[in-house]
Design a protein around this ligand. Structure first.
Ligand code: SF4
Ligand code: SF4
Length: 192
């Protein structure tokens, strides 16, 4: 069976990529630089791979000198409760070339090949995928809204029956729908 990621990647129109190289130049991660270094020193493969590829900018200002709009966009998206995330660090790949092509193309990691790997991926302003990702997010939101409506209908249906088998069947469908909705919880599906 094709996984969600495989089918998403199959449908992603690669021709939308403008080959601007910005996604290789302004990378951020949830961990601090010290945390990722510690993980790498403890043998964490993902952290080791990350540091083999990416080098941190000395400061946010240094990253802004390359492309202020791309950096400010990430900072805006990482603001929580209006507060600036002080641990935010920007990295650039050691292999990105002046002409924006990958100097490590044959051996680039899967994560490069898969970018942007979800409709919620943070892409730089004017990335060729911006509009397409927006529509993909809208499609998912619409699907989730429909599932919420179905849950309401099932609840009403359950109130009308006393048949245990029917109730059990309804509850199975309810659970399945709820699982689908919860899959997008981290993207805010409770509020859609
Ligand atoms: S930022 Fe977007 S358009 Fe530019 S290289 Fe990356 S994926 Fe392609
Ligand atoms: S390995 Fe290539 S594709 Fe991956 S981040 Fe570096 S330059 Fe970009």
């Amino acid at each position: 069976m094709t996984s969600y990621e495989e089918s998403y990647l199959d449908k992603r129109p690669q021709s939308l990529c403008k080959m601007c190289g910005k996604c290789c130049r302004f990378v951020t991660i949830p961990q601090t630089y010290e945390e990722i270094q510690k993980l790498a020193s403890e043998g964490h493969e993902g952290a080791k791979d990350f540091l083999k590829l990416f080098e941190p900018y000395e400061s946010i200002e240094d990253a802004r000198k390359i492309d202020a709009a791309a950096v400010d966009n990430v900072i805006r998206l990482h603001k929580q409760d209006g507060k600036y995330n002080e641990n935010l660090k920007f990295y650039h790949c050691r292999f990105i070339r002046e002409d924006n092509l990958c100097g490590n193309y044959e051996n680039r990691p899967v994560l490069c090949n898969h970018f942007p790997s979800t409709p919620w991926a943070i892409v730089p302003p004017e990335c060729g995928f911006e509009g397409w990702l927006f529509w993909k997010r809208e499609e998912i939101k619409q699907k989730v809204r429909k599932e919420k409506e179905e849950l309401i209908e099932l609840k009403l249906l359950k109130q009308k029956t006393h048949d245990k088998d029917t109730i059990a069947k309804i509850e199975l469908v309810e659970q399945k729908l709820q699982r689908n909705i919860d899959m997008y919880k981290k993207y805010g599906s409770e509020d859609w």
